[in-house]
Design a protein around this ligand. Structure first.
Ligand code: ZN
Ligand code: ZN
Length: 231
């Protein structure tokens, strides 16, 4: 994949074959200020930043970073974004402690063989659903536990379309990460109920229209529905 304009003001700027093989898919919202959704593992950050410029945008305008959960492939670039641009870091309360204490096991940094130092979270989300406003655009963060206890999904309604950043919909589910399949099933039902037009997934790409979004989520619900949790 390549950096891609997904919709007006919505871009794909990082991923395993864009910035670093260990990176999740990294998305950028241009809402007057720039908002990043996830950051990759860290080593690919300079490529991610150059992709912000590639779309004619100024990385100094990155005001906020929404972290969908605590894993290193999503949070590893956040320290540098905070240091360079003063970006405020937003994530769910239930995953925030792991990041704030620099826990290399729960963030999976140890597995990835990359260092991870404690990172202060500026905004902790704790509601089932929280509405953040950037410029004049509302961005909704939904608590979608399952992969980790504090996993969130993010969506916005823009130009008549609902765009959903589901991130690690596909799992995996590991007891040592605090995964919970029952919680995940409930979360996926909530995502299906959103009727999104576009799904931006955490590692596997961008799905549209709505039928493909629904098929994608339902495929995983079917696949994992009866499977016990990995140990
Ligand atoms: Zn993950
Ligand atoms: Zn991931």
């Amino acid at each position: 994949m390549k950096p891609e304009k997904i919709e007006d003001g919505i871009y794909l700027i990082g991923g395993s074959d864009i910035s670093d093989s260990r990176d999740c898919m990294v998305y950028l919202l241009d809402l007057g200020e720039l908002v990043m959704i996830d950051t990759g593992t860290g080593p690919g950050l300079s490529k991610i930043i150059s992709n912000v410029r590639y779309f004619g945008l100024d990385p100094a305008k990155i005001s906020s970073v929404i972290l969908t959960h605590c894993h290193i492939d999503h949070v590893g670039g956040a320290h540098e974004l905070k240091k360079r641009y003063g970006a405020r870091i937003i994530m769910h309360d239930l995953d925030a402690d792991v990041v704030e204490r620099g826990d290399t096991k729960m963030t999976a940094a140890y597995w990835y063989g990359v260092p991870f130092s404690p990172l202060k979270i500026d905004v902790r989300l704790s509601e089932k659903e929280e509405r953040l406003v950037f410029g004049e655009q509302a961005v909704v963060c939904l608590h979608t536990p399952g992969h980790t206890p504090g996993s969130i999904s993010v969506y916005l309604d823009k130009s008549g379309k609902r765009i959903l950043f589901g991130q690690d919909i596909h799992g995996p589910f590991m007891s040592e990460f605090g995964s919970n399949i029952d919680h995940w099933q409930g979360s996926m039902e909530n995502l299906l109920g959103l009727n999104a037009d576009v799904l931006c997934e955490g590692h596997f790409g961008i799905y549209r229209p709505n039928k493909k979004v629904t098929d994608y989520i339902e495929r995983y619900l079917k696949e994992y529905g009866d499977r016990p949790l990995c140990q």
